[in-house]
Design a protein around this ligand. Structure first.
Ligand code: MTE
Length: 306
């Protein structure tokens, strides 16, 4: 018989605090071991280092960050993913890493958790729609995974693909974009220390609506580059297609660096509203990460390569 945990109860609430605080990462948490096959969403993560890359700005309340989401596989409404992704099966999970690499490999979630020390990175994330948030993400630089597979000299880009399962994602049919959701980065962007392979937020594993169990967070680009629920990573020679430029190439480019000087064809990108705040604030070039990333685009016309 399959025993299911009621989805509205977070595992951190059913695991005594002294148990989860004293165990290394979630894999050793006894409550999970007792329910094999259960999705490890909302489980407290231990041994998470603080990162010098964090902003000290005010963190967006958890409720906003987890109930105002874009996850079109689960509907286009902002509150739909929290409801419709509740029962997404995220365990077992596998990410196939392939293409121009010397050591292609399938990583399960366990492998991913063991690859590098977990860090808390408090990043701003700016959505192309004009809102932003500050989230304490947990993960490690994507370059730790990239180094494991040893890309060859032909690897110029990295293509990412999300899970697509029409049975678990019936609302995707009306989303108006092609699935599976795909994204891409240039190799130097993917290797940049700010690019985070993310497995958690607010001290816990990712909630399903936030892209469980593994997503990307690329803080200097519009939020849609931060692809959720990744199942495939492929190293390519040519620039890979991306979902939003496929759906609407006039409005969305491959680079999608946050840029207050280049308006979206239908609205200005000069200002943004932090979730939970009333007054708008100015949007910063590269979302405020220019000191770290501007040199990646030296000599490029950012109006052309938007
Ligand atoms: N990833 C997938 N697979 N499907 C999506 O619809 N939406 C993107 C991005 N990643 C999306 C996705 C967009 S538009 C944004 S703004 C961010 O996820 C939102 O992340 P959040 O819901 O955690 O704020």
């Amino acid at each position: 018989m399959l025993i299911r945990k009621p989805p509205q109860i977070r595992a951190s609430e059913i695991t005594p605090k002294h148990v989860y605080l004293n165990r290394r990462k979630f894999l050793a948490v006894p409550a999970l071991a007792a329910f094999p096959g259960l999705a490890p969403a909302g489980v407290r993560l231990a041994d998470v280092r603080k990162s010098p890359f964090s902003t000290d700005e005010k963190i967006t309340p958890y409720q906003h960050a987890t109930h105002y989401n874009n996850f079109y596989e689960f509907g286009t409404g902002k509150e739909q993913p929290a409801e419709l992704a509740k029962n997404l099966r995220i365990s077992p999970w596998a990410i196939s890493v392939e293409g121009h690499v010397a050591r292609p490999r399938v990583f399960d979630f366990d492998d991913i958790m063991k690859l590098a020390p977990l860090e808390e990175r408090i990043y701003r994330l700016r959505c192309v729609e004009g809102w932003s948030m500050v989230i304490p993400w947990i993960g490690y630089p994507l370059n730790a995974l990239i180094r494991q597979v040893e890309p060859t000299s032909k690897a110029k880009y990295v293509a990412f693909e999300s899970l697509y399962d029409s049975k678990q994602m019936p609302a995707a049919r009306w989303a108006g974009i092609p699935f599976p959701y795909v994204e891409g980065l240039r190799m130097d962007e993917a290797m940049h220390p700010l690019t985070l392979l993310c497995v958690g937020m607010y001290g816990e594993t990712l909630p399903n609506q936030s892209g469980a169990p593994v997503r990307l967070v690329v803080p200097w680009k519009y939020g849609f580059k931060s692809i959720k629920s990744i199942v495939k990573i492929k190293f390519t020679e040519k620039q890979p297609p991306t979902t939003w430029s496929r759906a609407n190439p006039q409005e969305y480019g491959f680079y999608s660096n946050v840029n207050p000087q280049v308006d979206h064809p239908r609205w200005s990108q000069a200002k943004e509203r932090r979730l939970g705040e009333f007054f708008k604030r100015n949007t910063l070039m590269f979302n405020g990460y220019g000191d770290q990333v501007a040199q990646l685009y030296a000599g490029m016309d950012l109006r052309k390569y938007y």
